[in-house]
Design a protein around this ligand. Structure first.
Ligand code: G6P
Length: 614
């Protein structure tokens, strides 16, 4: 959360900064700002609200601001201090010569602020970040060296940060550093970029260097110097980014979310490619480095994740318990890290994260690692902080996901769990071979089935139109699709702000049924299999309380026509694999409802795609 961008070179910085911030908007969008150096003076431009407000302000002075060939920018997701212009970054010191942008939380900011105030600093904002600006200014006054000033300042800072700093007296220089927050440098010809994430710079360069914790980089148009916090020079690991700029285009779709929903058939093909080669061949998963004997003797698996990734993990638990016969626990990372969890080297700990930067999940896997557990990371970002903690790394290959509401990354994570479960089951010989072959056959057919669901999206759209004005929504399911119910409800909450909840259908009668009346839609995930009849009965119970019933089903049973006001059909599929197919119409339902309501689909209020604070 919060996005940082910086540029130093020979071009005008303004457009590069604004474009970079546009591509980082998924990280936050409640205020934005830039700092540039025009005619030897550091100038700040900041605006509350969407990035467009900053664009409007800078447009009025475009000719003037465009003179600067250096700049830093920030898009904010507020943690300390309301999302106002004053609290927007960059922040400055009292003399106005320093400008700082920050992603993270300075945990000891209160003590630092009290100390700095005693020393005469006057604070303007309520942010933790402003302490860094004053601190750097103080250190610069002592050293007259910006790198040294930043280095000394970071020695006093506790917490998580990615920082970019410029100083009026040190021309054409950006100093950047990080600790527990992502930051990379893009390398151009006679120019350098800094950013929280690849989308901000990929249009300009694919050559990059990821900063490690406590490293400090000093950039001028023609030099890059890297040191650690103890002033040792560090060798630079330069790499070529495996991303294409086209990933950031909507490709004719109205929203990134709709584009990403439609990418799912190809995402499934990509995840399966090279791993599931033929039905009669074992799954190949070289990414799992835990040796086969240890896999056989594993006594426990713990999965930690947040949000949508947590729901993917719940499907993972179900399938791994079914196929591998190992006890699997799934827990939100934010809960896992604040209690005594039991685990050792016979416990496999799986961290699941689209971004690989979610602070709670990073902390959870680090805790598990310190207990000696093997750490397996399932992430869409093999270049992320979490990926670097991995003993085994399964990249889910969904491609850059821009929409804040995760769709294709969820599907990719779920498919990765199927592969992992089959892989372990084949090693342990713990599942019926015919069932495994059947599952593989269905996995291969899955992309076509998703395509079929997408080709009937108008049916979902019609249902969305009918229910768009509902205040509440209930999703019910049982078994492996309970996670689908939770994820369907989460999608709807996230982008339409409708109060939606997923329940196991059997629990409905133990409380939630009290809420049912003619204003309450209940969506039953009614996929064929062992719990089909049970969910049907639970749906009857809801109907008897006048709830407005919707079915999502692969059944052709015409008996259900009278029970449901709206029936969303998907192709027939084996129950074990049904979550992957069932989630697609629910993503579409959430999308169309939000669109009918005129919501900001790709950037829902209060959310950020990458939550880098605990
Ligand atoms: C945020 C996002 C969610 C996401 C969750 C976990 O809350 O808004 O869409 O599911 O973080 O993110 P991760 O990157 O760890 O999957």
């Amino acid at each position: 959360m919060c996005g940082i961008v910086g540029y130093v070179g020979n071009k005008s910085a303004l457009d590069i900064l604004l474009e970079g911030l546009t591509n980082l908007e998924y990280r936050g969008y409640d205020s934005a700002g830039i700092a540039v150096n025009v005619d030897g003076h550091v100038e700040l431009y900041k605006a509350e609200g969407k990035l467009q407000n900053l664009k409007d302000i800078t447009f009025e002075k475009k000719e003037h601001i465009s003179k600067s060939t250096i700049g830093i920018g920030h898009i904010r997701w507020a943690t300390h201090g309301a999302p106002t212009t004053i609290n927007a970054h960059p922040h400055s010191c009292n003399c106005g010569r320093v400008a700082v942008v920050h992603n993270g939380i300075i945990e000891n900011y209160k003590e630092l602020r009290a100390k700095l105030e005693k020393e005469g600093c006057v604070f303007r904002s309520q942010t933790d970040t402003e302490t860094v600006a004053h601190l750097v200014a103080k250190k610069f006054a002592q050293t007259h060296d910006l790198t040294e000033a930043v280095r000394l300042a970071t020695k006093e800072i506790e917490g998580a940060y990615a920082l970019c700093v410029i100083h009026q007296d040190i021309k054409n220089t950006i100093v950047a550093t990080r600790r527990n927050a992502p930051l990379l440098v893009g390398i151009g010809e006679g120019e350098y970029y800094v950013a929280s994430d690849v989308p901000a710079i990929i249009k300009y360069t694919k050559k990059a260097m990821y900063l490690e914790d406590n490293q400090i980089v000093t950039l001028t148009p023609d030099s890059m110097k890297l040191i650690d916090i103890d002033n040792n020079v560090i060798s630079q690991k330069i790499e070529i980014l495996p991303w294409e700029p086209v990933a950031l285009s909507k490709m004719g779709y109205k929203h990134f979310m709709l584009k990403e929903i439609h990418e799912q058939p190809d995402v499934v093909r990509n995840v399966l490619a090279g791993k599931l080669r033929a039905i009669d061949e074992n799954i190949s998963l070289n990414e799992v480095t835990l040796d086969k004997e240890s896999l056989k003797t594993l006594n426990r698996i713990q999965i930690v994740a947040c949000g949508t990734s947590l729901h993917a993990a719940m499907v993972g638990k179900y399938i791994m318990e079914e196929l591998c016969g190992i006890a699997v626990d799934v827990e939100p990372s934010s809960e896992y890290i604040y209690r005594k969890t039991v685990g050792d080297k016979n416990t496999l700990v799986i961290g699941v994260s689209q971004s690989g930067e979610t602070a709670d999940t990073i902390t959870a896997v680090r805790q598990a690692k310190s207990r000696g557990s093997h750490i397996l990371i399932v992430t869409n970002r093999p270049d992320s902080t979490m990926a670097r903690e991995a003993d085994s790394l399964i990249p889910v290959s969904a491609g850059i996901e821009v929409s804040v509401a995760a769709t294709k990354s969820y599907t990719a994570q779920v498919i990765s769990f199927y592969l992992l479960a089959i892989y372990i089951a084949e090693i342990k010989n713990s599942a019926n071979k015919e069932n495994l072959s059947n599952l593989k056959r269905e996995l291969i057919l899955l992309p076509q089935k998703i395509e079929k669901v997408l080709s009937h999206k108008e049916d979902v759209q019609a249902c969305a139109r009918r229910f768009a004005n509902s205040k509440d929504f209930i999703f019910i399911a049982r078994g492996i699709n309970y996670a689908t119910a939770l994820e369907g409800a989460l999608k709807l909450k996230e982008i339409s702000y409708i109060n939606a909840t997923g329940y196991t259908a059997g629990e409905l009668k133990h409380g939630p049924i009290a809420m049912l009346d003619e204003s309450m839609p209940v969506l039953s995930i009614l996929m064929k299999g062992q719990v089909y009849e049970k969910i049907l009965s639970n749906s009857e119970e809801a109907k008897a309380r006048n709830a407005r019933m919707i079915a999502l089903t692969d059944s052709d049973d015409t008996k259900i026509n009278d029970l449901f006001e709206c029936i969303i059909k998907v192709p027939e599929i084996i129950e074990t694999l049904s979550p992957v197919l069932a989630i697609v119409p629910l993503q579409l339902l959430a999308y169309y409802i939000a669109e009918f309501l005129g919501k900001d689909v790709d950037q829902p209020r209060n959310l950020a795609k990458s939550v880098t604070v605990e």
